[in-house]
Structure formats: C-alpha cells, structure tokens
Design a protein around this ligand. Structure first.
Ligand code: SDX
Length: 429
C-alpha cells in the first residue's frame, strides 16, 4: 500500500499519493488538488515544486551528489569525453565504439554555420555581449532549416537538429570571440576532436602556423564541458522545457535557454565571480570587508559563486574544478585571483552567516579562474557554460517530446490586484 499525504481544507480531509523516486526522494502528487479542493498551491521560485519526472540527472543537495543516468559526475569527469557524456545524456547510455564513431563523425559533418548568418552577425555592435549575440544567432539558425520548425517533425528530424546544434555551437561561439578581437574567423578543422576544434577556432589564427592546443588545456576544457552539461531542472533547463512544451522548435527553445542562462544569478555568475575577485584585488584584497558586505542585508553585494538552490553542501562540480585549476595553472602560470578566492572560501566557510544558510562554493566559483587562465575574456565565460548546457537542454527536450503525459506548461497564480471596477470616461477621471 503506497503512502499518502492527508490535508484538511475547509474542514474536509483529502488524501494525495506520495510518489517515491529511484533514489528514495519523495513527492506529494497534487495533480488533482484544484479539481478536488478548489485550491492551488503557492511556491514562489518553485523551491518545493517538482515540474516533471525525469530520468536524466539526479541531485542530492544535502550530500552534494550529482549523477547522470546513474553515473557519478566524479566518474564521468575523470574518465569520459564530453561527447561520450553528451551521448549518455541524449540517449540514456554510454555509446559503444561504433555508436561513438557514428555520433562524432556525424557531428563533424555539421560544424559549419550557414554563411547567410554573417549579414546579421556582422550587424551586431562590436563588443556587444556574447550571450545576446549567441541567443540571436541560435534563433536565426533555425530559419535556415524550415523543416525543423515543423512542430510535428519526425524523431529523425529532431535528432538531426540536435546534432546540428551541438556541432554549430562551438563554431558560433568561436566566431563571437574572433569578432570581439577584430580577427577573422577560423573555420572548423574536422581533423581535430570536438574540444580541440573549439580551442583551435578560438585561439588559432588564419596566419598562425598549425595551432596545437596544449593537451592539459584540452583535458581541462573537456572536464569543464562535462561539469556544465546538465543539472536537472535549473532555471535555464526549466525555461527550455516550458518553451518546448508549447511545441516551439528546438532552435527557438535553445535560444530561450541561452537567454535564461545569461542572468547573473544563474550562468552569468561565472563572469560575476571574476569581476568580484578583481574588485576585491583592486581594493587591496581585504576579504573580511567583502564577506561583511555579503552578509549585510542593506548592501546589495552578494558573494557570487556561493550558494545554491539545491546544494546545501559543496557543489561536487566546484570540488572537481578547484582541483583541475591547479593542473591548468601548471601550464598557464598561477592566476593571482586564486589566492583571493581561496581566502574568501576559507573565511566564508568559518562564518556562521554562511554556515547557518548552508552556503558553499558552487560550480561558478572557480570555473572563471580556469577560463581566464585559458585566455578567455570574462564576457565569454557564460558562453562557455552555454556550449555544454545546450546538450543538457536538448536531452530534456528529447525526454519531453517523448513523454506522452507531458502537457503545455501553464502555472497558476495568486491574484493580489484590484477587485472589479467599471470603466470611466477620460474626461471624468
Ligand atoms: C548556477 O539551479 C542550478 O542547478 C543552477 C546551476 C546549474 O548548473 O544550472 O548550478 C548553475 O546557477 C549556480 C548558481 C550561480 N549563482 C550564483 O553564484 C549567484 C550567487 N548565489 C545566490 O544569488 C543564491 O545563492 C542562488 C541564486 C544561487 C540561490 O538562491 P536561493 O536558493 O533563492 O536562495 P536565497 O536567495 O533565498 O538565499 C537564502 C539566504 C538568504 O538570506 P536570508 O534572507 O535567509 O537572510 O541565503 C542568502 C540570502 O540572502 N544568500 C546569500 C548568497 N546566496 C544566498 N548571501 C550572500 N551571498 C550569497 N551568494
């Protein structure tokens, strides 16, 4: 007999089923709440609300656990390639050698972006934010594939769009980087693997002899892409699912996810962290002063890269990134901001304000230090989050499109506005 939750509404008792997830987490299924009681729930920011079932990623915020299709993030980051993890997220299993060869070679066929996009791309103001350029380019990309805009497209057409988007994201992101530096585009080189190709399109030059990205940096980039690929129902993934639930096409859906990720409270935090560390560095490195500001309710300053809606323990990704940073700095030289980051972490984790609120470093706290050491400017950091997260978004869209129980997302609200009143003529107001 499955457990139930009983609630009493206006003197009447109602029972709702308690559902249990694979890892034992429990939920009260209130799908029939309004039909039975005439009441809705209110949960600002959905802190307590599950929006869907999913098989892709499991988080345990109390224990700091992150699994993709049952594999721990530590295991995947240590042993897998980003494209193996992409295959796992999209299709539910790690590929065998033949599947992996097919997957990687098909992606290589689609790495070029339609040259027609250049007219729009070149019209963007130089120095405009890369995330605004990226979301525009991805939405526009769909216009070159009208069949992909058909809401009733086949599974095969959906899969082709998925591979096209995965293939073209690094190309478009590298184009954005080159444009901000006033340098010509470096086209994809399909003799390189996915990660090395992205680094070559970014840091290679049309004039430079064969650019060979350092294998340590390629490995660090591969790890960073894996760590940012998916994270269950975060803000941008929920955005993608909501947009996709209306049967909007995948290009428009991913463009919406990029826009949501841009926010400083979400993917934009990696840029904010470096800007924060630079501010503290220029202010003489007085970490105690800035930790006090973060605690002061009157001060809008927050410790960027700290805290998380789900993790009330260390973000396992932050632990891996912090370790990887040292491997990168062996090649690139130490990033002077690391010392401030370590002091901030040490100070905050001893302070009751952070301890009592269970605020720990999240994925964004250390990632920017590596991106900066690799040579990326801060405005590109969230773009580096968008490349891998596109795979997570697409995996959730595959799941949503394949789920017969899915409906268009349309939350209710608690209306607190004006009660009914009649129109009065302009002259009488
Ligand atoms: C990502 O959801 C995901 O999975 C996201 C992500 C992914 O992979 O998709 O993991 C990626 O977005 C990581 C988060 C990056 N954002 C930041 O680092 C921005 C700084 N962090 C915060 O703004 C905040 O912690 C959030 C947005 C991450 C979480 O906010 P919540 O869950 O809404 O928590 P809250 O704002 O209600 O904070 C609870 C308390 C508050 O204090 P009280 O009102 O209880 O006194 O903690 C305080 C907050 O003021 N607090 C902070 C703080 N974060 C929370 N105080 C100072 N500095 C901070 N960073």
């Amino acid at each position: 007999m499955s457990e139930t939750a009983k609630i009493i509404v206006e003197g009447k008792e109602y029972e709702f089923p308690i559902i249990v997830g694979t890892e034992g987490e429990k939920a009260i299924d209130i799908s029939k709440l309004r039909d039975l009681t005439g009441h809705i729930t209110l949960d600002i920011g959905f802190k307590n609300t599950g929006s869907t079932k999913s098989d892709i990623t499991f988080l345990d915020g109390e224990e700091g656990i992150l699994h993709h299709r049952g594999y721990s993030i530590e295991d995947l980051a240590e042993h897998a390639s980003f494209l193996e993890v992409s295959y796992l997220l999209l299709y539910g299993k790690l590929p065998n050698a033949a599947e992996y060869e097919e997957f990687t070679s098909t992606i290589k066929e689609h790495t070029l972006a339609n040259e027609g996009l250049l007219a729009m791309f070149n019209s963007f103001p130089t120095g405009s934010h890369p995330m605004g350029q990226l979301s525009s380019m991805v939405a526009a990309l769909g216009l070159y594939y009208p069949k992909a805009l058909n809401p009733h497209r086949s599974e095969e057409a959906i899969n082709r769009t998925i591979l096209r988007l995965m293939a073209k994201m690094p190309t478009i992101c590298a184009m954005i980087y080159k444009k901000r530096n006033g340098h010509p585009t470096v086209y994809p080189k399909n003799s390189l693997d996915y990660v090395a190709n992205y680094l070559n399109m970014t840091f290679g030059q049309v004039t430079m002899p064969e650019y060979e990205p350092d294998p340590v940096l390629v490995s660090a980039m591969n790890k960073l892409l894996i760590l940012h690929a998916d994270h269950e129902q975060n803000c941008s993934t929920s955005t993608v699912r909501i947009v996709g639930s209306s049967q909007a096409n995948l290009y428009a859906t991913i463009s919406a996810g990029i826009s949501a990720l841009w926010g400083p409270l979400h993917g934009g935090a990696n840029q904010e962290v470096i800007e924060m560390l630079e501010k503290i560095h220029h202010d003489g490195g007085d970490v105690d002063k800035w930790v006090a500001k973060a605690k002061d309710k009157e001060d809008p300053f927050r410790l960027m890269g700290f805290g998380h809606r789900v993790y009330k323990n260390f973000d396992p990704r932050a632990v891996i990134i912090k370790k990887s940073a040292y491997e990168v700095f062996e090649v690139t030289g130490m990033n002077p901001l690391l010392e401030i980051a370590l002091k901030l972490e040490e100070t905050a984790l001893k302070d009751d304000y952070f301890i009592s609120r269970k605020l720990y470093p999240n994925v964004d706290f250390y990632s920017g230090l590596i991106y900066q050491a690799l040579g990326f400017p801060e405005e590109m950091f969230t773009v580096l989050f968008a490349i891998p997260r596109t795979v997570g978004w697409l995996a959730h869209m595959v799941e949503l499109l394949g789920d017969k129980e899915q409906k268009i997302s349309r939350p209710r609200q608690w209306y607190t506005g004006q009660d009914e009143r009649s129109y009065t003529d302009l002259q009488k107001r």
